[in-house]
Ligand binder design. Sequence first.
Ligand SMILES: Cc1cc2nc3c(=O)[nH]c(=O)nc-3n(C[C@H](O)[C@H](O)[C@H](O)COP(=O)(O)OP(=O)(O)OC[C@H]3O[C@@H](n4cnc5c(N)ncnc54)[C@H](O)[C@@H]3O)c2cc1C
Length: 242
Amino acid sequence: MGCRWSSLPGGTSCIVHVMEFGWDENGKPKNTIGGSDAELLAGWPGLQWDNTRDYVMVGFGTAARLLPTNIMQMRGQELKDLLVARTSSWHPHLRELFSVIDPGSCFPLNMRTTERLPQWPTTNVTLIGDAIHTMTPGRGVGANTALRDARLLCRMLVAARDGEVKLLDGIRSYETKMIDYAFDAVEKSLSGMTVDQPMFKPVIGPLAMAGMRTSMRVINRVPALKRKVARSYADVRDQDDD
Ligand SMILES: Cc1cc2nc3c(=O)[nH]c(=O)nc-3n(C[C@H](O)[C@H](O)[C@H](O)COP(=O)(O)OP(=O)(O)OC[C@H]3O[C@@H](n4cnc5c(N)ncnc54)[C@H](O)[C@@H]3O)c2cc1C
């Protein structure tokens, strides 16, 4: 998967995800993957739904006050027209990509974030994922954090089943660790998404933007730097709790 998130003047931003899967456009596994995938696909037809095939996902984001008040009621072609109109000065390659978007795949989405919560009394009901720590996509770690929750909670439940820990103590231990790493991710994700960043300010904005573009271009051309940036993302995404 390739991902590109650009913050643009005027407080707008765009994310492009290039999703590549191990099977071809007809739903057949590509040659490069193992035979067990064929078995999996044959036994789980749901896996052949459109979003399991190669696709490009485009997200256009900005502050609600900069959008039509009825944005959440808009659908399909209306949303596509809005995107095309709001990006008339963008690079022609990006605009070409926007022009081939299937209007039926467009939908509006409210981006929300949460605030760090003080620990609550533990019961046998707990929460994982966005249900407890919705975050902006600033660092692209919401789903990664949900999976980390699931793995950690699963370990605690298995330990409780095996008599190594009392059930509520296990859940408490999960919640304690989760509150720490998840709200850290929430806060880091938000810091990259607010319209208060220097590049959106009137006078220093163009300078900050030029500086960011230059550093991005340098990172893109220096493999060691590129690896370092990729590692910094992996640091947040690949954490283990053992
Ligand atoms: C534009 C964008 C880009 C993102 N990019 C990334 C990224 O690159 N990397 C990353 O890690 N994360 C990313 N995320 C975040 C990621 O999508 C979420 O953090 C993740 O989907 C949360 O998973 P979840 O299972 O907790 O919740 P969800 O994916 O929201 O799943 C909850 C499910 O419960 C269902 N549901 C709700 N109410 C009910 C009900 N009453 N009964 C039955 N079902 C119900 C919903 O329909 C939904 O299917 C991105 C988010 C956005 C918006």
